[in-house]
Write a protein that binds this ligand. Sequence first.
Ligand code: MTE
Ligand code: MO
Length: 328
Amino acid sequence: MTFFKNIPSWQLPETAVTSETLYGDRRRFLKSLIGAGIGATATTLLGCQTSQAQSNDLESTFKLPEIKPLPTNPDFRRVDRPITNQTLASSYNNFYEFGGDKSIWRSAQNLPTENWKVEVTGLVKNPRTYDLDGLRKEFSLEERIYRFRCVEAWSMALPWVGFPMKDLMAAVEPTSAAKFVRFTSFYDSKITTGPGFHVGTLPWPYQEGLRLEEMANELAFFAIGIYGRELPKQHGAPIRMVLPWKYGFKGAKSIVKIEFVDQQPATYWNTLIPHEYGFMANVDPTKPHPRWSQAREKFIGNTEQFDWEIRETLPYNGYGEYVANLYA
Ligand SMILES: Nc1nc2c(c(=O)[nH]1)N[C@H]1C(S)=C(S)[C@@H](COP(=O)(O)O)O[C@H]1N2
Ligand SMILES: [Mo]
């Protein structure tokens, strides 16, 4: 396998990435990273792993109640690629609270979503705690089809159901002192047992952050559904962030707390490996990840099996007209 050595993993034909090469790579990287005290990053190399989506059980995890009526926002009715096959999208996930590989959909079913509460607090005039009914009553839901780009260089196109983050901002009214927002995911060490390595040393809970202007941008979205139905647990039920111009890790799942703050918050990946996972994390094909190119991506489309269509990565994941002015 040495002749693959200098080729980024996403350029390998999928058949060449056997579990053995993955295991070998993983061990090699784990060794080098553990030396540097950052072994947890090794899992990010597993983006090419083929996950088997063939279980009947899987379907029951995403055949949830429909959300109706559901206008599709005309601005986001279509993208330049087919919508990803739902079976593939809902069985190939990152959710490190429930495991370190792509097949966490089964263990993610342990997430307790009953009586969910989202606390919105910090530098706001109207702090609020919402339950799911409250969110659905207060905010108008719509469907948006967004490109989705993981930092590991795989991508999808997903039909989310939810509401713009700016609507929630309008409800709680951040004060002029608020400059950033911290988002916190559900964490309970008895349930979210983690990826099984570096147990006890990972910076839980998973947290993410945005600048206030980013949260106010038209694109920034809270999803409570996908494919016209309630959000499956593996996708971050009952409410998760969706930021299509940023790498996927910025979109924290299963949100329990939203805090308006005056300083840039610490975030999970940025705390773990700051030189690989920046706070901003805008999709940028010209800026390689330290360990692989970001110029292209492996698109998971509307096919029965993973066929990893190679596509050029777009600046801001194709959303420059909405967000480039934020970074001018
Ligand atoms: N709480 C939490 N949120 C998370 C993650 C995670 O491990 N924990 N993984 C992130 C990463 S790396 C990606 S690519 C997306 C994956 O979303 P999906 O599984 O719904 O496609 O979720 C993001 N949100
Ligand atoms: Mo990711």
